[in-house]
Design a protein around this ligand. Structure first.
Ligand SMILES: [Zn+2]
Length: 393
Protein backbone atom coordinates (compact mmCIF):
# COMPACT_ATOMS: atom_id res chain seq x y z
CA UNK A 1 0.00 0.00 0.00
CA UNK A 2 3.00 2.31 0.29
CA UNK A 3 3.29 1.99 -3.45
CA UNK A 4 -0.23 3.11 -4.20
CA UNK A 5 0.58 6.35 -2.49
CA UNK A 6 3.74 6.93 -4.35
CA UNK A 7 1.59 7.76 -7.31
CA UNK A 8 -0.91 9.79 -5.35
CA UNK A 9 1.64 11.85 -3.53
CA UNK A 10 3.55 12.98 -6.53
CA UNK A 11 0.97 15.63 -7.30
CA UNK A 12 0.44 16.93 -3.80
CA UNK A 13 1.66 20.14 -2.39
CA UNK A 14 2.00 20.78 1.25
CA UNK A 15 1.27 23.78 3.30
CA UNK A 16 1.05 24.74 6.92
CA UNK A 17 -0.90 27.81 7.76
CA UNK A 18 0.68 28.68 11.05
CA UNK A 19 2.56 31.76 10.12
CA UNK A 20 0.34 33.20 7.50
CA UNK A 21 0.36 36.54 9.26
CA UNK A 22 4.08 37.18 8.99
CA UNK A 23 5.47 35.08 6.23
CA UNK A 24 6.27 35.56 2.60
CA UNK A 25 4.66 33.22 0.09
CA UNK A 26 4.97 29.51 0.49
CA UNK A 27 7.89 27.66 -0.99
CA UNK A 28 7.77 23.96 -0.90
CA UNK A 29 10.88 22.32 0.40
CA UNK A 30 10.12 18.66 0.90
CA UNK A 31 11.01 15.85 -1.43
CA UNK A 32 8.28 14.08 -3.26
CA UNK A 33 8.41 10.93 -1.22
CA UNK A 34 5.41 8.65 -1.16
CA UNK A 35 2.95 9.06 1.65
CA UNK A 36 0.48 6.59 3.03
CA UNK A 37 -2.81 6.29 1.24
CA UNK A 38 -5.49 8.68 2.37
CA UNK A 39 -8.22 6.95 4.29
CA UNK A 40 -11.67 7.47 2.86
CA UNK A 41 -14.40 8.00 5.41
CA UNK A 42 -18.12 8.07 4.89
CA UNK A 43 -19.37 11.54 4.16
CA UNK A 44 -21.33 12.97 7.04
CA UNK A 45 -24.31 15.22 6.42
CA UNK A 46 -23.80 18.84 7.40
CA UNK A 47 -24.60 19.54 11.02
CA UNK A 48 -25.73 23.01 12.09
CA UNK A 49 -23.05 24.73 14.13
CA UNK A 50 -23.99 25.39 17.73
CA UNK A 51 -22.53 28.30 19.60
CA UNK A 52 -19.05 27.68 21.00
CA UNK A 53 -19.36 25.97 24.32
CA UNK A 54 -16.98 24.26 26.65
CA UNK A 55 -17.59 20.53 26.76
CA UNK A 56 -18.12 18.50 29.88
CA UNK A 57 -14.95 16.82 31.06
CA UNK A 58 -14.71 13.15 30.22
CA UNK A 59 -12.96 12.24 33.42
CA UNK A 60 -13.81 14.11 36.59
CA UNK A 61 -11.18 13.68 39.22
CA UNK A 62 -12.04 14.03 42.91
CA UNK A 63 -10.71 17.16 44.60
CA UNK A 64 -7.09 16.79 45.56
CA UNK A 65 -5.76 17.60 49.01
CA UNK A 66 -3.49 20.64 49.06
CA UNK A 67 0.04 19.72 48.12
CA UNK A 68 3.09 21.73 49.08
CA UNK A 69 4.89 20.81 45.90
CA UNK A 70 3.09 20.14 42.65
CA UNK A 71 4.34 16.84 41.31
CA UNK A 72 5.21 16.65 37.67
CA UNK A 73 2.74 15.16 35.25
CA UNK A 74 4.06 12.20 33.35
CA UNK A 75 3.14 11.74 29.73
CA UNK A 76 1.27 8.49 29.66
CA UNK A 77 3.33 5.67 28.21
CA UNK A 78 1.61 3.44 25.71
CA UNK A 79 -0.38 0.72 27.43
CA UNK A 80 -1.92 -0.94 24.43
CA UNK A 81 0.09 -3.00 21.98
CA UNK A 82 0.88 -1.01 18.86
CA UNK A 83 -1.53 -1.62 16.03
CA UNK A 84 -0.11 -3.68 13.24
CA UNK A 85 -1.09 -2.35 9.87
CA UNK A 86 -3.32 -4.78 8.07
CA UNK A 87 -1.48 -5.07 4.83
CA UNK A 88 -2.66 -7.86 2.59
CA UNK A 89 0.54 -8.10 0.59
CA UNK A 90 2.92 -8.15 3.56
CA UNK A 91 5.12 -11.23 3.62
CA UNK A 92 7.49 -11.94 6.48
CA UNK A 93 11.13 -12.43 5.47
CA UNK A 94 13.64 -14.57 7.33
CA UNK A 95 15.95 -12.67 9.65
CA UNK A 96 19.61 -12.39 8.76
CA UNK A 97 22.66 -12.25 11.02
CA UNK A 98 22.80 -8.87 12.77
CA UNK A 99 25.27 -6.63 10.92
CA UNK A 100 27.86 -4.45 12.59
CA UNK A 101 26.56 -1.15 13.99
CA UNK A 102 28.25 0.88 11.26
CA UNK A 103 29.07 -0.50 7.86
CA UNK A 104 32.57 0.26 6.69
CA UNK A 105 31.35 1.14 3.20
CA UNK A 106 28.56 3.49 4.28
CA UNK A 107 30.71 5.14 6.95
CA UNK A 108 30.11 6.62 10.38
CA UNK A 109 27.02 8.58 9.46
CA UNK A 110 24.96 5.44 8.90
CA UNK A 111 23.88 3.08 11.67
CA UNK A 112 22.34 -0.36 11.26
CA UNK A 113 18.72 -0.12 12.47
CA UNK A 114 18.81 -3.71 13.66
CA UNK A 115 22.20 -3.53 15.39
CA UNK A 116 21.18 -0.30 17.10
CA UNK A 117 17.98 -1.94 18.38
CA UNK A 118 19.87 -4.96 19.66
CA UNK A 119 22.38 -2.68 21.39
CA UNK A 120 19.55 -1.17 23.45
CA UNK A 121 18.72 -4.46 25.15
CA UNK A 122 15.80 -6.79 24.68
CA UNK A 123 14.64 -6.02 21.16
CA UNK A 124 12.54 -7.96 18.69
CA UNK A 125 13.29 -7.49 15.04
CA UNK A 126 11.43 -8.60 11.93
CA UNK A 127 11.50 -7.89 8.22
CA UNK A 128 8.67 -7.86 5.71
CA UNK A 129 8.27 -7.58 2.01
CA UNK A 130 5.41 -5.22 1.21
CA UNK A 131 4.91 -4.90 -2.53
CA UNK A 132 8.29 -3.78 -3.80
CA UNK A 133 9.23 -2.29 -0.41
CA UNK A 134 11.03 -3.91 2.49
CA UNK A 135 9.73 -2.94 5.95
CA UNK A 136 11.85 -3.38 9.07
CA UNK A 137 10.09 -3.61 12.40
CA UNK A 138 11.76 -3.18 15.78
CA UNK A 139 10.03 -3.60 19.15
CA UNK A 140 11.65 -2.66 22.43
CA UNK A 141 9.81 -2.73 25.75
CA UNK A 142 6.37 -2.46 24.17
CA UNK A 143 7.29 0.29 21.72
CA UNK A 144 7.47 -0.45 18.03
CA UNK A 145 9.07 1.42 15.17
CA UNK A 146 8.73 0.46 11.52
CA UNK A 147 10.97 1.84 8.80
CA UNK A 148 10.96 1.30 5.06
CA UNK A 149 13.89 0.86 2.78
CA UNK A 150 15.03 4.05 1.03
CA UNK A 151 12.20 6.05 2.55
CA UNK A 152 11.90 9.04 4.81
CA UNK A 153 8.76 7.90 6.59
CA UNK A 154 8.42 5.62 9.54
CA UNK A 155 5.85 4.63 12.11
CA UNK A 156 6.03 4.74 15.90
CA UNK A 157 3.23 2.84 17.64
CA UNK A 158 1.30 2.86 14.37
CA UNK A 159 1.52 6.64 13.80
CA UNK A 160 3.66 8.18 11.10
CA UNK A 161 6.79 10.27 11.60
CA UNK A 162 9.32 11.68 9.19
CA UNK A 163 13.04 11.01 9.37
CA UNK A 164 15.51 13.75 8.57
CA UNK A 165 17.08 11.54 5.90
CA UNK A 166 15.77 8.61 3.87
CA UNK A 167 17.00 5.27 5.12
CA UNK A 168 19.61 3.36 3.13
CA UNK A 169 19.06 -0.25 2.16
CA UNK A 170 22.40 -1.93 1.73
CA UNK A 171 23.19 -5.63 1.47
CA UNK A 172 19.68 -6.53 2.70
CA UNK A 173 20.04 -4.37 5.82
CA UNK A 174 18.50 -1.04 6.68
CA UNK A 175 20.68 1.87 7.81
CA UNK A 176 19.56 5.07 9.52
CA UNK A 177 21.46 8.38 9.57
CA UNK A 178 23.16 8.82 12.94
CA UNK A 179 21.42 12.15 13.54
CA UNK A 180 18.05 10.43 13.15
CA UNK A 181 19.19 7.75 15.61
CA UNK A 182 20.19 10.43 18.09
CA UNK A 183 17.41 12.96 17.57
CA UNK A 184 14.48 10.73 16.62
CA UNK A 185 14.92 7.02 17.33
CA UNK A 186 16.41 7.42 20.81
CA UNK A 187 13.71 9.89 21.93
CA UNK A 188 10.90 7.76 20.46
CA UNK A 189 12.15 4.54 22.04
CA UNK A 190 13.43 6.22 25.18
CA UNK A 191 11.69 7.16 28.37
CA UNK A 192 8.88 9.61 27.96
CA UNK A 193 9.48 12.90 29.71
CA UNK A 194 8.11 14.21 32.93
CA UNK A 195 6.43 17.50 32.26
CA UNK A 196 5.23 20.35 34.41
CA UNK A 197 1.62 21.20 35.11
CA UNK A 198 1.13 24.45 33.23
CA UNK A 199 0.22 24.35 29.57
CA UNK A 200 -0.42 27.17 27.12
CA UNK A 201 -2.92 26.34 24.40
CA UNK A 202 -2.69 28.61 21.38
CA UNK A 203 -5.74 28.87 19.11
CA UNK A 204 -4.16 29.95 15.84
CA UNK A 205 -4.94 33.30 14.19
CA UNK A 206 -7.58 35.82 15.40
CA UNK A 207 -9.36 39.05 14.43
CA UNK A 208 -8.01 40.33 11.08
CA UNK A 209 -5.73 37.33 10.77
CA UNK A 210 -8.41 34.86 9.64
CA UNK A 211 -6.19 31.94 8.75
CA UNK A 212 -7.63 29.76 6.04
CA UNK A 213 -11.29 29.25 5.15
CA UNK A 214 -13.45 26.14 4.99
CA UNK A 215 -14.54 25.14 1.50
CA UNK A 216 -17.56 23.48 3.11
CA UNK A 217 -19.20 26.42 4.87
CA UNK A 218 -16.74 29.34 4.49
CA UNK A 219 -16.11 29.25 8.24
CA UNK A 220 -12.77 30.82 9.17
CA UNK A 221 -9.87 28.92 10.66
CA UNK A 222 -9.62 31.42 13.54
CA UNK A 223 -13.15 30.47 14.70
CA UNK A 224 -12.49 26.74 14.50
CA UNK A 225 -9.16 26.86 16.35
CA UNK A 226 -10.77 28.86 19.16
CA UNK A 227 -13.59 26.32 19.42
CA UNK A 228 -11.04 23.47 19.61
CA UNK A 229 -9.09 25.29 22.34
CA UNK A 230 -12.22 26.03 24.39
CA UNK A 231 -13.16 22.35 24.22
CA UNK A 232 -9.65 21.27 25.19
CA UNK A 233 -9.25 23.56 28.21
CA UNK A 234 -11.75 21.85 30.59
CA UNK A 235 -10.54 18.41 29.52
CA UNK A 236 -6.98 19.28 30.50
CA UNK A 237 -8.10 20.97 33.72
CA UNK A 238 -9.92 17.79 34.68
CA UNK A 239 -6.59 16.03 34.32
CA UNK A 240 -4.87 18.40 36.71
CA UNK A 241 -3.35 20.87 34.26
CA UNK A 242 -3.36 24.61 34.70
CA UNK A 243 -4.39 25.86 31.25
CA UNK A 244 -3.82 29.30 29.75
CA UNK A 245 -5.20 30.26 26.32
CA UNK A 246 -3.32 32.82 24.24
CA UNK A 247 -6.75 34.17 23.30
CA UNK A 248 -10.26 33.39 24.53
CA UNK A 249 -12.11 35.49 21.96
CA UNK A 250 -11.68 36.87 18.45
CA UNK A 251 -8.69 39.06 19.26
CA UNK A 252 -5.45 39.99 17.54
CA UNK A 253 -2.39 38.35 19.13
CA UNK A 254 0.95 38.45 17.31
CA UNK A 255 3.11 35.33 17.12
CA UNK A 256 5.73 37.01 19.33
CA UNK A 257 3.06 37.88 21.90
CA UNK A 258 2.00 34.24 22.00
CA UNK A 259 5.54 33.19 22.88
CA UNK A 260 5.83 35.98 25.50
CA UNK A 261 2.51 34.85 26.97
CA UNK A 262 3.93 31.35 27.50
CA UNK A 263 7.01 32.88 29.16
CA UNK A 264 4.90 35.08 31.42
CA UNK A 265 2.81 32.11 32.54
CA UNK A 266 5.87 29.91 33.01
CA UNK A 267 4.34 27.28 30.73
CA UNK A 268 5.85 23.81 30.78
CA UNK A 269 4.30 23.05 27.39
CA UNK A 270 3.04 25.01 24.42
CA UNK A 271 0.52 23.60 21.96
CA UNK A 272 -0.62 25.62 18.95
CA UNK A 273 -3.83 24.59 17.18
CA UNK A 274 -4.45 25.11 13.47
CA UNK A 275 -6.26 23.81 10.44
CA UNK A 276 -4.55 23.53 7.12
CA UNK A 277 -5.04 24.32 3.45
CA UNK A 278 -3.55 23.01 0.22
CA UNK A 279 -4.89 21.67 -3.06
CA UNK A 280 -8.30 19.97 -2.63
CA UNK A 281 -7.07 16.37 -2.68
CA UNK A 282 -4.67 16.79 0.27
CA UNK A 283 -6.02 15.52 3.56
CA UNK A 284 -4.92 14.31 6.96
CA UNK A 285 -3.43 15.27 10.30
CA UNK A 286 0.06 16.70 10.81
CA UNK A 287 2.00 17.58 13.93
CA UNK A 288 5.02 19.88 13.78
CA UNK A 289 7.97 20.62 16.02
CA UNK A 290 11.28 22.42 15.48
CA UNK A 291 13.93 20.57 13.48
CA UNK A 292 17.14 19.69 15.37
CA UNK A 293 20.37 21.23 14.10
CA UNK A 294 21.55 19.20 11.12
CA UNK A 295 18.10 17.86 10.24
CA UNK A 296 16.63 19.33 7.04
CA UNK A 297 13.20 20.91 7.51
CA UNK A 298 10.28 18.99 6.04
CA UNK A 299 8.54 22.22 5.06
CA UNK A 300 10.00 25.66 4.42
CA UNK A 301 8.52 29.07 3.94
CA UNK A 302 10.20 32.23 2.77
CA UNK A 303 13.98 32.05 3.21
CA UNK A 304 15.82 28.82 2.46
CA UNK A 305 16.15 26.32 5.29
CA UNK A 306 19.29 26.71 7.42
CA UNK A 307 19.88 23.33 9.08
CA UNK A 308 23.10 24.49 10.76
CA UNK A 309 21.45 27.34 12.65
CA UNK A 310 20.52 26.54 16.26
CA UNK A 311 17.23 27.99 17.50
CA UNK A 312 16.24 28.72 21.10
CA UNK A 313 13.79 25.84 21.09
CA UNK A 314 16.44 23.33 19.98
CA UNK A 315 17.34 22.72 23.61
CA UNK A 316 14.01 20.84 23.81
CA UNK A 317 14.58 18.61 20.76
CA UNK A 318 14.03 15.38 22.67
CA UNK A 319 10.90 16.44 24.48
CA UNK A 320 9.51 18.20 21.41
CA UNK A 321 9.46 15.05 19.34
CA UNK A 322 8.27 12.88 22.22
CA UNK A 323 5.39 15.24 22.88
CA UNK A 324 4.58 15.51 19.17
CA UNK A 325 4.62 11.72 18.74
CA UNK A 326 2.43 11.00 21.78
CA UNK A 327 -0.20 13.56 20.78
CA UNK A 328 -0.08 12.70 17.09
CA UNK A 329 -0.57 9.01 17.84
CA UNK A 330 -3.54 9.80 20.04
CA UNK A 331 -5.14 11.88 17.28
CA UNK A 332 -4.55 9.21 14.64
CA UNK A 333 -6.12 6.59 16.89
CA UNK A 334 -9.14 8.64 17.87
CA UNK A 335 -9.98 10.92 14.95
CA UNK A 336 -10.08 8.48 12.01
CA UNK A 337 -8.17 10.76 9.70
CA UNK A 338 -5.40 10.15 7.20
CA UNK A 339 -1.95 10.27 8.78
CA UNK A 340 0.53 12.82 7.41
CA UNK A 341 2.93 12.35 10.25
CA UNK A 342 5.10 14.17 12.76
CA UNK A 343 7.28 16.59 10.80
CA UNK A 344 9.95 19.13 11.59
CA UNK A 345 10.27 22.73 10.54
CA UNK A 346 12.35 25.79 11.32
CA UNK A 347 10.26 28.74 10.14
CA UNK A 348 7.40 28.64 12.64
CA UNK A 349 7.76 31.79 14.74
CA UNK A 350 5.35 30.54 17.35
CA UNK A 351 7.63 27.53 18.04
CA UNK A 352 11.22 28.50 17.38
CA UNK A 353 11.84 30.78 20.38
CA UNK A 354 9.86 28.74 22.88
CA UNK A 355 11.75 27.90 26.09
CA UNK A 356 9.73 24.74 26.61
CA UNK A 357 8.58 21.74 24.56
CA UNK A 358 6.34 23.17 21.88
CA UNK A 359 4.32 21.68 19.04
CA UNK A 360 1.87 22.83 16.39
CA UNK A 361 -1.01 20.60 15.35
CA UNK A 362 -2.84 20.83 12.05
CA UNK A 363 -6.25 19.28 12.72
CA UNK A 364 -7.18 18.65 9.10
CA UNK A 365 -7.51 20.42 5.75
CA UNK A 366 -10.21 23.05 5.35
CA UNK A 367 -9.41 22.96 1.63
CA UNK A 368 -10.47 19.31 1.33
CA UNK A 369 -14.23 18.92 0.76
CA UNK A 370 -14.59 15.83 2.91
CA UNK A 371 -12.39 17.00 5.77
CA UNK A 372 -13.91 20.48 5.84
CA UNK A 373 -17.30 18.83 6.23
CA UNK A 374 -16.01 16.80 9.17
CA UNK A 375 -14.28 19.78 10.79
CA UNK A 376 -17.60 21.66 10.61
CA UNK A 377 -19.14 19.20 13.05
CA UNK A 378 -18.84 19.80 16.81
CA UNK A 379 -18.40 16.04 17.22
CA UNK A 380 -15.17 16.04 15.25
CA UNK A 381 -13.77 19.09 17.05
CA UNK A 382 -14.60 17.41 20.34
CA UNK A 383 -12.70 14.33 19.15
CA UNK A 384 -9.68 16.51 18.41
CA UNK A 385 -9.85 17.99 21.92
CA UNK A 386 -10.25 14.60 23.60
CA UNK A 387 -7.37 13.17 21.57
CA UNK A 388 -4.99 15.92 22.68
CA UNK A 389 -6.13 15.85 26.31
CA UNK A 390 -6.01 12.08 26.64
CA UNK A 391 -2.39 12.04 25.49
CA UNK A 392 -1.48 14.27 28.44
CA UNK A 393 -2.41 12.36 31.55
ZN1 LIG B 1 -3.27 28.30 10.80
Amino acid sequence: MWLVLAAISSGLFFSACSSVQDSPPISIGIPQTPIRPPVVYPVQPPVPLPPVRPSPPVVVQPPRPPQPVVPPVVVKPPVTPPPVRTVSNRVQLPNLPVPTLKHRVLGNDWVSFEAWGMSRGKAEFSRFKEGQTVVHRLSIAGQTVELMANDRRGEWQGAQFWLGFSTKFFQEHLYVHQIDIQKLMEPLMGRLPQLGRVVVIDPGHGKDNHGTKSVHDQKLEKELTLDWALRLKPLLEARGWKVHLTRTKDSEVSLEERVAFADKNKAALFISLHFNHASPEVQGLETYCIAPVGVPAHLTRGPADQPKVALVNNQYDTRNVQLAAVIHKSMIEQCEMADRGVRRVRFMTVLKTQKRPAILIEGGYLSNPEESRRIATPEYRQKLAVAVASALQ
